[in-house]
Design a protein around this ligand. Structure first.
Ligand SMILES: NC(=O)C1=CN([C@@H]2O[C@H](COP(=O)(O)OP(=O)(O)OC[C@H]3O[C@@H](n4cnc5c(N)ncnc54)[C@H](O)[C@@H]3O)[C@@H](O)[C@H]2O)C=CC1
Ligand SMILES: O=C(O)[C@H]1O[C@H](OP(=O)(O)OP(=O)(O)OC[C@H]2O[C@@H](n3ccc(=O)[nH]c3=O)[C@H](O)[C@@H]2O)[C@H](O)[C@@H](O)[C@@H]1O
Length: 430
């Protein structure tokens, strides 16, 4: 994880008391009673299941290390997000390297924290989930892990299930969360075409206690290292289980997200008189959400790529993402046909006012709080005219911006007083 408010304090309090960092893996494994495997499980980029299945090579690497180095019994905890029945593969590796007197129990204990609120989520999780075998030994292992959490979490909030339910629940939780975003984003297109306001719709729908208000914020699309990866993994599993209808159902959540990112990007081009060639556009925010410097699967990449492919020049500002990261993402072989072209067309700024000066349009890609309190009168004066703002996160005061003179477009709301377009559907002809 790249950034975590509150983590420094926790580390300062605990370091060298009950928290020790070491690269001596052998000793660490030998001394541990419980071992958490928390390594990355990215989408496979090669071979069978490429682009969809979870790559378990790092998890397998850990299992082999544990098998090699253990001299007494271990409880191995799957903390990484894994496909259903991954625990079986881990157990297979551990058992194949059996040593006398060494017994392994595998538990699934998926992580539900979100980036930016990780420490908060750790202290006050909605639930802790522990899955294990329904044998006396399995139950004893679950109790041991439970005991760790009970130091700060009431036992009633610790849910115990069988291993496969626990593994699947993690994928299911992410799929449900992403599905809500895709659902509201699909309705944002309907709102723009009809005059309904997606925020009002989300509020009205979310007040139904059976639905609830969270995760109904329409946006340029969801990003982050997990939603897409985990749903692709779920789809892959369903296909492997010969459940094509179920696979297609969840695939649609990803497809809708792609549609939303593309729709927003195309809207920018349409509004800027159908051509952005040689126009300079400022991108405010590059992280996949606020309070993190993480750019994995950030929708900003799609927006930037689309504009760059159309010949635009970009000024990019993000308060937390390192310039090398932004350039690396945009020149990645999967994104850029010509990295040299991208390097010439993109400038990265450390000040938002410098980033927007002289540009034709501002595109908000991340909901950083600081973007709401910028001096937009000053910004307007410094921009090319007509000056456009595309608010992909619905965080700005649109009427106020229109009073200043901006042409404003956002997600899920048809804003009046735009020069040439009334809705995302109408393409101005020059
Ligand atoms: N990032 C998040 O907010 C959440 C992540 N998860 C899951 O947690 C897992 C880890 O995610 P991230 O922390 O984001 O990944 P990450 O890629 O940021 O970190 C994983 C780390 O594991 C290290 N690693 C790989 N193999 C290793 C080995 N054999 N020994 C020691 N270290 C090794 C990598 O070098 C890397 O530093 C994934 O399965 C993810 O789906 C679950 C909930 C939230
Ligand atoms: O498995 C994981 O890695 C984690 O994935 C998500 O956490 P995270 O990706 O850190 O961030 P979220 O807050 O869920 O946001 C994901 C994306 O959805 C977008 N989003 C979120 C909520 C919303 O209403 N609308 C919306 O567009 C965010 O801007 C962001 O791009 C889940 O929320 C965590 O519970 C889970 O543990």
């Amino acid at each position: 994880m790249l950034s975590m408010p509150g983590l420094d304090e926790v580390v300062k309090q605990c370091r060298n008391k009950n928290l020790f960092f070491s690269t001596d893996i052998e000793t660490a494994i030998r001394e541990a009673e419980l071992i958490f495997i928390s390594v990355n499980t990215p989408t496979k980029t090669y071979g069978n299941g490429r682009g969809r299945a979870a790559d378990l090579k790092y998890v397998e690497g850990c299992a082999r290390m544990i098998a090699d180095m253990s001299q007494n019994s271990k409880i191995v905890v799957e903390k990484s997000t894994v496909p259903v029945r991954a625990a079986e593969s881990i157990m297979h590796i551990l058992k194949a390297n059996h040593k006398p007197g060494v017994r392994y129990d595998i538990l699934s204990n998926p992580e539900f924290l979100a980036e930016g609120t990780a420490v908060e989520d750790l202290f006050q999780p909605d639930r802790v989930l522990i899955g294990g075998e329904e044998t006396p030994e399995g139950k004893a292992a679950i109790e041991k892990l439970c005991w760790v959490y009970e130091h700060w979490i009431p036992k009633k909030n610790i849910l115990m299930t069988n291993t496969w339910s626990s593994e699947l629940s993690k994928l299911a939780a992410n799929a449900f969360l992403a599905q809500r975003i895709s659902s509201i984003n699909s309705l944002s297109a309907v709102c723009e075409a009809t005059g309904a306001d997606v925020s009002e719709v989300a509020r009205a729908v979310g007040l139904d206690s059976r639905i609830g208000p969270k995760f109904l914020q329409a946006s340029v699309g969801f990003g982050g290292s997990c939603f897409q990866k985990d749903i692709l993994n779920l789809v892959y599993i369903c296909e492997g289980l010969n459940l094509p209808e179920v696979a297609a159902y969840w695939q649609q959540v990803i497809d809708m997200n792609e549609y939303q990112k593309t729709r927003f990007s195309q809207k920018i081009i349409e509004c800027l008189f159908n051509t952005v060639t040689d126009k300079r556009i400022s991108i405010l925010g590059f992280a996949f959400k606020k309070n993190t410097g993480d750019t994995r699967e950030t929708p900003a990449i799609t927006v930037c790529k689309t504009l760059l492919d159309e010949g635009a020049q970009l000024n990019i500002y993000d308060p937390k993402v390192e310039p090398e990261q932004i350039m690396g993402d945009l020149t990645h072989p999967k994104i850029a046909e010509s990295p040299e072209h991208v390097k010439k067309a993109v400038q990265i700024f450390s000040d938002p006012y410098d980033a927007v000066r002289g540009t034709h349009a501002i595109v908000i890609c991340t909901e950083w709080d600081e973007f709401t309190s910028l001096n937009y009168e000053r910004i307007y004066q410094s921009m090319m005219k007509p000056a456009y703002i595309f608010d992909g996160r619905k965080i700005l005061q649109h009427e106020r911006l229109q009073q200043i003179g901006f042409h404003v477009q956002t997600i899920g709301k048809k804003l009046n007083r735009n020069l040439l377009t009334r809705s995302w559907g109408s393409i101005p002809q020059l």
